[in-house]
Design a protein around this ligand. Structure first.
Ligand code: PLP
Length: 395
């Protein structure tokens, strides 16, 4: 029998990389619910529940709040193509791989992109952004990645929002890695366009990108001079299917939306505050453990992301060898570096379903063993003790 005719049994991996993260079993069960038609009144009820719960998770009252069909990148595309028109100026605050991607998508919208670069591992610099804003007579939008997954940096979102608003520009925020794990307060911060992804801190598989548009962004969308360049991501059409009209646009990914509904229920049952606290606490324990192993954290102190910890690969250690050993012997995935930090850092995710002390201990102990085998000197058990101290509130 050819291999492709054999049943595929997925190994039960612990996904502690940069995403996807493991999925809550309740979400998987919800996804196997029998299908409904995409215009079925019962499915419309499910869509309404999803919109309502997304507003709670984004902390917004925005009317236009829906999941886009597609992964986080679909959210990026949708955010930019709906509010930008050829000839506009977009200022992109960039300090990692996903900031570069936003700038690239912006350029494909036919807009002038002014990129403000900060070195990877550091937070974006509000003073540099302010200086760039002053160079342009009119900036249509400023975009920022809240949680830069390529470096493990949590950017100073409120400072950037303030600059964007003072210059009367829209503020576009990527929360693919923060939504559901770190505070995302769309209304409080005055975010005009905000999008996320399902596969990180929301405990769902990849495939949907929740997005929300504030009144200013919706006004810009409704008063465009040119049609949105993407038919599939045109929010004026999509909002007709998700809003009052229920007019067919494309066949909604029904099972994914069942899954998202359950994932959001799980998040809200736990409570946002508790969830943020859990992510912060477990990340602090992981960081303490890694430092006790003698490893150097990559992201600048004070701007470290609770959902994803970046750490430098120590001298003399081969990145790939360690990650392969973790995968093959410990059934555990962690991420490597992207672009300029490929081979130089590891990215360890504690996102949603995975942000628990057991996973912190498991990873530290596996890493300690592997590093020792590779000739790296570690004081046995010190990292676990350091993590335990943090979790016990002793530091
Ligand atoms: C911050 C950020 N933005 C956007 C994306 C793109 O999402 P996707 O790979 O789901 O298309 C990612 C993916 O990891 C991300 O981390």
């Amino acid at each position: 029998m050819p291999k492709y005719m054999e049943e595929f049994n997925s190994p039960a991996r612990l996904l502690m990389g940069a995403g996807p993260s493991n999925v809550n079993p309740r979400v998987l069960r919800a996804m196997s619910t029998p299908l409904l038609g995409h215009l079925d009144p019962d499915f419309i009820g499910v869509m309404d529940d999803v919109k309502e719960m997304l507003r709670l998770v984004f902390q917004t009252t925005n009317n236009l709040t829906i999941p886009i069909s597609g992964t986080g990148t679909a959210g990026m595309e949708a955010a930019l193509v709906n509010v930008l028109e050829p000839g506009d100026t977009l200022v992109a605050a960039v300090n990692g791989y996903f900031g570069v991607r936003l700038a690239d998508i912006g350029a494909r919208c036919g807009v002038k992109v002014a990129q403000v670069d900060t070195p990877w591992g550091e937070p974006v610099d509000p003073a540099a952004l302010e200086a760039e804003m002053r160079k342009h007579p009119r900036v249509k939008a400023v975009c920022l990645v809240h949680a830069e997954t390529s470096t493990g940096v949590l950017n100073p979102v409120e400072a950037v929002a303030e600059i964007a608003h003072r210059h009367d520009a829209l503020f576009i925020l990527d929360t693919v890695t923060s939504l559901g794990g770190v505070e995302v307060a769309v209304d409080k911060w005055g975010v005009d366009v905000c999008y996320g992804g399902t596969q990180k801190c929301l405990g769902c598989p990849p495939g949907l990108a929740p997005i929300t548009l504030g009144p200013k962004a919706e006004y810009v969308l409704r008063h465009r001079k040119t049609p949105v360049q993407s038919w599939y991501f045109d929010l004026s059409l999509l909002s007709s299917y998700w809003g009052e009209n229920r007019a067919y646009h494309h066949t909604a990914p029904i099972s994914m939306i069942f899954g998202l509904r359950e994932g959001l229920r799980v998040v809200l049952e736990e409570g946002l505050e508790h969830r943020y606290q859990r992510h912060a606490c477990n990340a602090a324990a992981l960081r303490a453990g890694l430092e006790a192993l003698g490893l150097e954290l990559f992201a600048k102190d004070g701007y470290r992301l609770p959902c994803l910890t970046s750490v430098r690969v120590p001298n003399g250690i081969t990145d790939g060898k360690v990650r392969t050993a973790l995968l093959r012997r410990y059934n555990t995935e962690i991420g490597g570096g992207l672009g300029p930090v490929a081979g130089k850092i590891w990215r360890i995710g504690l996102m949603g379903e995975n942000s628990y002390p057991t996973n912190v201990f498991h990873l530290l102990s596996a890493l300690e063993t592997i590093l020792q085998e590779e000739g790296y000197e570690v004081a046995q058990g010190r990292s676990l003790a350091a993590a335990q101290k943090v979790l016990a509130g002793e530091t």
